[in-house]
Structure formats: structure tokens, C-alpha cells
Design a protein around this ligand. Structure first.
Ligand code: FEO
Length: 168
């Protein structure tokens, strides 16, 4: 059984994951609009990952006899000035989500909810990967600078990403 505080916090975070998915779908559309289909594909896979994260919170709430309370989603930004600006936002967003997961971990400790704490540990590790991956692509974009041919090569590479559910 969840305390009201934990149930509310998990519901709040479920919305954060949904909003991550929504943001990344918007970033995917931006990349399509500037003719970088590989980047767009990569972001659509990222959207799928975020929906996977969202559903983990959904399932955990139900498993613990909590109620899922869906909230309205913030409309994401639609346009960015450059691929670097878009990926800077993606990386910053992952850092923000990491800090929110850490706040949830702190709350689970405060409330002595060991099951929720155990559930959240998966996200603590996942966020390390999420930050490393998005920072890696951002760094490569910075190295590429104004080279269109290098940008197109990276686009080609990103087009190969396949969605693998994170726990498989
Ligand atoms: Fe669900 Fe990319 O954090």
C-alpha cells in the first residue's frame, strides 16, 4: 500500500515521463522538417523509450494498489535554431529527469517505502545511460560544426537505432 505522499509523487513523475515522450516527439518532427530523417528516427525511438518509462510508473502504481491519475501535458517547443540547440535541450531534459528521480528516491527513504525505493533504483541506473547517450550525440554535433557531410554521416548512423525494451 502506498502512502498518499508517495502515490502523488509517483503520479506526478508519470506525467513527467509522458511529457518527456511528448517533447521528444516534437524534436523528432523538428529533425524531419530540416531533412535529417536519421535524427528524427532516433528521437522517435527515444519517444518509445519514454512511453516505456511512463508505463513502468503506471504498472507500479496499480501493483501497489494506488490510483493512476493522469494530468494534462505541457505543450512542448516546436522549433529549435539548430541540431545542437535541439540536442542541448534533450540532454538538459535528461539531467532534469535524473534530478527528479533522485528527489523521489529521497522521498521513498523519508517515507521508509522500501518497495518504491527498490523500483526507483532501475531508473537511477537508466538515467546514467540516458545522460551518457544524449551527451555523446551532443558532443559529436559540436565536433561536426559546420561540416554537412559529417552531419549526414551521423544522420545515417542514427537511422539504424532499433527500439529494444530496456529490460530485454
Ligand atoms: Fe525517462 Fe529519458 O528519461
Amino acid at each position: 500500500m502506498l502512502t498518499k505522499k508517495i502515490e502523488d509523487a509517483l503520479n506526478h513523475h508519470l506525467t513527467e515521463e509522458f511529457e518527456s515522450a511528448y517533447l521528444y516527439l516534437s524534436v523528432a518532427s523538428y529533425f524531419s522538417s530540416i531533412e535529417l530523417p536519421g535524427f528524427a528516427h532516433w528521437m522517435k525511438i527515444q519517444y518509445e523509450e519514454e512511453m516505456y518509462h511512463t508505463m513502468k510508473f503506471y504498472d507500479f502504481l496499480e501493483l501497489r494498489d494506488g490510483r493512476v491519475r493522469l494530468a494534462g501535458l505541457k505543450a512542448p517547443k516546436v522549433d529549435w535554431a539548430s541540431p545542437i540547440e535541439a540536442f542541448s535541450q534533450v540532454f538538459a531534459h535528461e539531467q532534469l529527469i535524473s534530478s527528479k528521480i533522485h528527489e523521489l528516491v529521497d522521498l521513498s527513504l523519508k517515507e521508509k517505502d522500501h518497495a518504491t525505493n527498490n523500483f526507483l533504483q532501475w531508473f537511477v541506473s537508466e538515467q546514467v545511460e540516458e545522460e551518457a547517450t544524449t551527451k555523446g550525440i551532443l558532443s559529436r554535433l559540436k565536433m561536426i560544426g559546420d561540416s554537412t557531410s559529417s552531419l549526414l554521416m551521423l544522420d545515417q548512423e542514427l537511422s539504424k537505432r532499433v527500439f529494444v525494451p530496456p529490460e530485454k
